[in-house]
Design a protein around this ligand. Structure first.
Ligand code: HEM
Ligand code: ISQ
Length: 145
């Protein structure tokens, strides 16, 4: 996959905007996932009490996911491929994560970035996140097989 320096910069700068308002953006992210996939509530230990904005675990887990997609962008720009940590595949296969759920999380991620960056949003930015997410998801799925 070809991933340009500009695409990496778009992901990095919007990740920083996402992080600047992490608790609120995490709530947008989880609500968007649960809207499409209510069953996800029972998959995440930290959603036992619903989407509680005061639960710091929500923000911590959301930051981890967005951070890994950001790392994916860095890997793509540097070497054109993404390698996922070895435990990531087993975590997700143990939880029984499916392909459609990967698509739900992707849509939620794009929606959250769009809401976070406001009028800085454009197709190029969205596409950069999409490619970085797809490649990281592909690397995780390989580890699930
Ligand atoms: C756990 C990353 C996609 C469900 C984890 C963990 C990481 C991670 C790092 C370890 C625990 C943590 O700190 O959160 C990712 C990345 C994804 C992805 C980078 C996509 C590129 C998904 C999808 C689902 C999912 C599509 C399905 C809804 C889970 C669950 C756990 C988990 C249920 C265990 C959470 C818990 O501790 O309760 N994921 N994930 N993940 N992931 Fe994902
Ligand atoms: C999937 N995997 C790990 C963490 C997550 C946080 C929020 C939504 C989905 C996730």
């Amino acid at each position: 996959v070809t991933f340009t320096e500009k695409q990496e910069a778009l992901v990095n700068s919007s990740f920083d905007v996402f992080k600047a308002n992490l608790p609120q953006n995490s709530v947008v992210f989880f609500n968007s996932i649960l809207e499409k996939e209510p069953a996800a509530k029972n998959m995440f230990s930290f959603l036992a009490n619903g989407v509680d904005p005061n639960n710091p675990k929500l923000a911590a887990h959301a930051e981890k996911l967005f951070g890994l997609v950001r790392d994916s962008a860095g890997q793509l720009r540097a070497k054109g491929i993404v390698v996922a940590g070895t435990s990531l595949g087993s975590v997700h296969s143990q939880k029984g994560v499916t392909d459609p759920q990967f698509a739900v999380v992707k849509e939620a991620l794009l929606k959250t970035i769009k809401a976070a960056v406001g009028d800085k949003w454009n197709e190029e930015l969205s596409n950069a996140w999409e490619v970085a997410y797809d490649e990281m998801a592909g690397a995780i799925k390989k580890g699930m097989a």
